[in-house]
Write a protein that binds this ligand. Structure first.
Ligand SMILES: CC(C)(COP(=O)(O)OP(=O)(O)OC[C@H]1O[C@@H](n2cnc3c(N)ncnc32)[C@H](O)[C@@H]1OP(=O)(O)O)[C@@H](O)C(=O)NCCC(=O)NCCS
Length: 224
């Protein structure tokens, strides 16, 4: 049923940039299988950076995630969290050299990324691949996009998964169709692994659960 590579992928799964077209199959089959394929294509896709976890000799990813430069949304739904998030944004403005008076959504976006359409093929879930892929994408966000903060719309079924990886919720829950979501964010500054990922770190074992736990401890801590 499984070929050798699938039974024991060992060190062989690699994390890499991929095309948006390569993300569509998993976006559709894992996240929105009952919707038309067009549902998983985003107008912003051409401006995003797309990442995949790939087995050797394969261009078909087993996990995908996409990154977009997009400001942290602070609206009426996030009122209760506003002081903390506002403080974070002010620190960003200082770090990135513009002042409170100059604050606009556009300028904030220089330092903030959103990740979207994060999915791992069911047969490969629970092997640490998602953890590695998220960490890889966030390390590229830091090194190539100069990001200091990342956020996402998280399915509430995945909130605990993200919390274990140092993301925290803000705002109220909301629905997209039948699926309930909450927003989550993570501070990326001054964290371990903020250097550009080495080639070695782009290759990960997918069989060792302990490695998944080690990597989650390398995700950056949340600043209070
Ligand atoms: C979320 C997802 C991308 C994670 O990828 P993955 O490769 O399965 O994750 P990992 O193998 O790195 O993580 C495994 C760990 O998460 C735990 N886990 C898996 N799903 C979980 C969940 N929904 N809630 C809490 N923990 C979860 C496992 O028990 C394991 O725990 P451990 O690290 O303590 O051993 C993948 O499960 C997936 O595609 N889920 C369906 C789509 C989805 O919900 N995407 C996120 C949209 S916001």
């Amino acid at each position: 049923m499984f070929n050798q590579e699938q039974k024991n992928p060992g060190q062989s799964v690699r994390m890499d940039k991929i095309s948006v077209e390569q993300t569509l199959g998993l976006r559709h089959s894992v996240l929105w299988p009952d919707m038309p394929l067009s549902q998983v294509c985003l107008p912003e896709d051409s401006a995003g950076i797309h990442f995949g976890a790939l087995l050797p000799h394969s261009d078909e990813p087993i996990a995908v995630i996409s990154l977009f430069v997009e400001a942290l949304p602070i609206d009426k739904n996030t009122t209760s969290d506003l002081p903390l998030l506002k403080q974070q944004n002010q620190q960003h403005q200082q770090n990135y050299g513009y002042t409170e008076d100059e604050t606009t959504e556009t300028k904030r976006a220089l330092a903030v990324v959103r990740f979207r359409k994060f999915a791992c093929a069911p047969r490969y879930q629970g092997k640490g691949i998602g953890t590695h892929l998220l960490a890889y994408a966030l390390s590229i966000a830091r090194s190539e996009l100069d990001a200091g903060m990342a956020w996402c719309d998280a399915r509430t079924t995945s909130t605990e998964w993200y919390e274990k990886r140092s993301l925290q919720t803000f705002g109220e829950t909301f629905f997209k169709g039948p699926v309930e979501y909450v927003r989550m964010w993570i501070d990326l500054r001054d964290s371990p692994g903020s250097e550009h990922p080495t080639k070695e770190r782009a290759f990960v074992p997918v069989t060792a659960e302990a490695d998944s736990r080690n990597l989650s401890s390398r995700l950056p801590p949340v600043s209070k």
